[in-house]
Write a protein that binds this ligand. Sequence first.
Ligand SMILES: [Cu+2]
Length: 120
Amino acid sequence: MRSERAPRIAAAGAVLSVGLLVAAGVAPAAAAKTIDVTSPASDPLSYRGIPATLKPGKYTFRYTNRTGMSHDLKVGSKKTPLFSAGTRSFTVTLRKGTVKYLCTVPGHAAAGMSGTILVR
Ligand SMILES: [Cu+2]
C-alpha cells in the first residue's frame, strides 16, 4: 500500500507556518502580479501577452478583447465570462508544472487561442 501521509503532513506544516506569519503581523505572500492580455482586431483568434514561462505565484490576468467577437480567457481552473468588447479580469494561483490556457468558444482554441504556460 502506497503511503501519501508524509507529503500531506509537510503541506499542512507549510500552511500552518504561513498562518502563523500572518497572525504575527508579518506581511502575507506578495500581491498578485498583473498580466495584460489582448486579442487585437487585426488577429482576432489570438492572444497577445501571455508569457511562456512564469514563476509560481498569484496572477491577475487582465484580458482586453478588441475583436468584436465573443471570447473568453481560461487559465487553469479560472476564466473570464464570454464578452466581445472591453476588459475582464480574474486572479489565479499558479503552481509548479504546466498550465493550459484557452478560449472556450468551440473552434477558437484550435484556431490559435490556446497554449501552455510553464510554471517553474
Ligand atoms: Cu474565442
